[in-house]
Design a protein around this ligand. Structure first.
Ligand SMILES: [Zn+2]
Ligand SMILES: [Zn+2]
Ligand SMILES: [Zn+2]
Length: 167
């Protein structure tokens, strides 16, 4: 799926071996599905690979279009169900701010993701939002509030886009 030439691309915003990154994400999804008895169908796998390609947030419609071009998931519900599957099992996350999806960069780990969203190139970096979660937990405890979900999403400019702007 990935070629060696593209080995060094930003994840989120950091350079890394993207070929490794994609194959380890797919492998860990496979292993999780095997362990938990989940079906990693071709549409689900391909949807995850598409999300992993650029580490960019993609709308459901864009993922659907790609799947259709490849003759997979020609029915919109199949593509949407594949995305739901990826999100509900933590292989991908929904970025509410963008109404889009990104592949998880540390699948398997139990975490609350935090997103840094570049408004220029639309790359999204995922970081773990434990500190934010702790702050909210403390606040919730004081007010007797029960937290179901926490969203942490920041918008701004990534280093590469700042450089390009000042060049
Ligand atoms: Zn990567
Ligand atoms: Zn994640
Ligand atoms: Zn950027």
């Amino acid at each position: 799926m990935t070629d060696r030439m593209e080995a060094s691309r930003p994840v989120g915003f950091q350079r890394h071996d993207h070929g490794d990154c994609v194959s380890s994400a797919i492998e860990s999804a496979e292993a999780r599905c095997r362990e938990d008895g989940l079906r990693f169908t071709p549409v689900r796998r391909r949807a995850l690979e598409i999300l992993l390609e650029e580490h960019q947030a993609m709308g459901a419609y864009d993922v659907l279009k790609r799947l259709q071009e490849e003759g997979l998931g020609s029915q919109p519900p199949a593509a949407y169900r594949a995305l739901d599957f990826l999100v509900s099992h933590g292989f991908a996350h929904r970025v509410e701010r963008l109404n889009a999806f990104v592949a998880c960069t540390h699948p398997g780990a139990d975490h609350v993701p935090a997103f840094l969203i570049c408004t220029k190139c639309e790359r999204v970096a995922e970081t773990v939002s434990i500190p934010a979660r702790n702050l909210l937990d403390a606040a919730a405890e004081h007010t007797g509030f029960t937290i179901d979900t926490v969203l942490v999403e920041a918008e701004g400019l990534c280093a590469a886009c700042q450089e390009r702007r000042s060049a």
